[in-house]
Design a protein around this ligand. Structure first.
Ligand SMILES: [Fe+2]
Length: 280
């Protein structure tokens, strides 16, 4: 495998939002933070981003969470429909859930994987430590979502998840592969304010950083920040140090008048190199 396309934060809505329950309309409005409630527009943005990923020559597509606005069944159905229409090989798509995908019920992600997303379940986040091998790359998709109030947006990387991931990272069978963790939340806080960390941070983020520090061949793809992120792990005194934490912009915030924004990475010598945003 030579190229990975990365998109994130699609925030898909029910196809018929206006006909949905008042509770659904209230919840989606509350968490949309001013984004227009336009099911067709959001579907179009996802469809364009997937077309761009295909046109870029990517061998694999990662969508790093917040696939839906509140994790409603109808939203997962809508997301699956657009993904299916893109006609990407099923094994070439890796999905992880984000905090928005768990606002409706604690079991929404599992239910979606057993239902509308079943075709992509083998290559998407299930139990921690799950490995998705694609040529020279081994993806470790991780579910950091947790059922919580819409007033919070944090995630959780448990000690058990850290142990399960660590077992994979030391597996000699994978020593020639690029190892790529995929999770929705970045392992660092968005803001320094501790109150904000309580609302929004990844609990266990320190464990993720420790894994990256002790395994230099590991890199991480995330969403949640709704913007491009490139971070070097550790102290940045070494000018040759390369970014190993990569965040993708939010597909839901793409403008329909301009090009979709899809991050691309080329795989070289067991490492990901940012190849910029998709461009014709
Ligand atoms: Fe998001």
């Amino acid at each position: 495998m030579r190229r990975i396309a990365h998109l994130s934060d699609v925030h898909m809505l029910d196809r018929e939002t206006r006909r949905s329950t008042a509770r659904y309309r209230f919840a989606t409005k509350a968490v949309s933070l001013g984004r227009p409630i336009d099911p067709r527009g959001r579907a179009k943005k996802l469809s364009r981003a997937l077309d761009a990923a295909k046109a870029s020559g990517a061998d694999h597509v990662v969508i790093s969470g917040d696939l839906t606005e509140v994790g409603d069944e109808t939203e997962f159905d809508h997301f699956a429909e657009v993904l299916c229409d893109a006609k990407l090989p099923r094994e070439s798509v890796t999905l992880v859930p984000g905090n928005h995908d768990a606002y409706t019920s604690p079991g929404a992600w599992k239910k979606a994987l057993a239902g509308p997303l079943a075709a992509w379940a083998p290559s998407s986040a299930e139990e921690p430590g799950k490995l998705v091998e694609r040529g020279g790359v081994a993806f470790l998709p991780i579910d950091t979502s947790c059922f919580q109030s819409i007033a919070r947006s944090g995630g959780e990387f448990t000690r058990d998840a850290a142990l399960a991931v660590e077992r994979r990272l030391v597996d000699p069978a994978l020593r020639h592969k690029a190892l790529v963790l995929v999770l929705h939340h970045p392992p660092f806080a968005k803001h320094r304010n501790p109150a904000w960390a309580w609302i929004d941070a990844l609990r266990g983020g320190r464990e993720v950083i420790d894994l990256l520090m002790s395994h230099p061949r590991v890199q991480l793809l995330h969403g949640h920040m709704h913007r491009v992120v490139d971070r070097i792990v550790g102290i940045g005194k070494n000018a040759a140090a390369r970014a190993r934490i990569f965040g993708a912009p939010a597909t839901v915030e793409d403008a329909l008048e301009s090009m979709p924004r899809v991050r691309l990475y080329d795989v070289r010598d067991g490492a990901l190199e940012s190849a910029g945003l998709y461009a014709v």
